[in-house]
Design a protein. Structure first.
Length: 235
């Protein structure tokens, strides 16, 4: 069985469209599957919609947080609860194209334990966002011994044995791309161009993005700790 884990936060305009797209793709494969929605404390109709889908379709499971804990924690929760022989994590706004799922599965059948997707471009990304993203990956890879693929996303497939190892990482402030990059296992990448969101706007505010970027630096390198120590000595 294949588990598809999808964190959602105020995505009432995307839920049903995403469900229909994933269902159509999976029906054309030979795999049994579960679609696990993790509602990250949404304040719109997201919870109602995923519960309705779970009631009408036995392939759907719906989990809801009591409050908003953040994208990385929602993904982690879904991976903890997933029952599949392989787990695919992907966002529900259609910027992670469901039509790539069979490609991920094909690489898994070839023997890869982790199949990481890499964005070559995003249709609605501006020049500044592209430049800051490129600069961030260059910076974090220069200070970290853990390889992080530039343009890597949280759209990936992980074999069950890789998931079991991932579950041992329990820190709260987490950068999943860094954790996965440093786990080892047989890994490969697939490139894709991210389309525009199907509906709505990104819930990743500048503040959340900065926190996410800082978590990536702090959790993947000891250099910030060393700098803080030496600055403290000098002070």
């Amino acid at each position: 069985m294949i588990s598809i884990v999808t964190p959602v936060y105020n995505e009432e305009d995307n839920i049903v469209f995403f469900y229909d797209a994933v269902t159509q793709v999976m029906k054309n494969t030979s795999y049994d599957y579960e679609l696990l929605f993790v509602n990250d404390g949404s304040r719109d109709k997201t919870e109602m919609l995923i519960n309705q889908l779970a009631q009408k379709d036995s392939h759907v499971r719906a989990l809801t947080f009591a409050r908003n804990f953040g994208h990385q924690i929602a993904i982690t929760c879904g991976m903890d609860m997933a029952c599949g022989d392989a787990v695919i994590t992907m966002d529900g706004d259609m910027q992670h194209p469901p039509e790539l799922i069979p490609v991920l599965l094909e690489k898994w059948r070839e023997g890869f334990d982790i199949v990481q997707t890499v964005r070559t471009a995003t249709e609605d990304a501006g020049f500044i966002k592209r430049m800051t993203s490129s600069g961030y990956y260059a910076f974090i890879n220069s200070i970290s011994k853990t390889p992080i693929v530039p343009g890597g996303s949280d759209f990936r497939l992980m074999d069950k044995k890789a998931i079991q190892v991932f579950r041992r990482f329990r820190e709260h402030s987490r950068f999943i791309r860094g954790i996965v990059g440093g786990m080892g296992f047989k890994q490969t990448t697939i490139e894709f161009e991210a389309p525009k969101r199907h509906a709505g706007v990104s819930k990743f505010s500048m503040k959340k993005m900065l926190h996410f970027a800082m978590d990536g630096v702090i959790t993947n390198s000891t250099i910030p700790l060393h700098l803080a120590f030496y600055i403290g000595i000098l002070a």
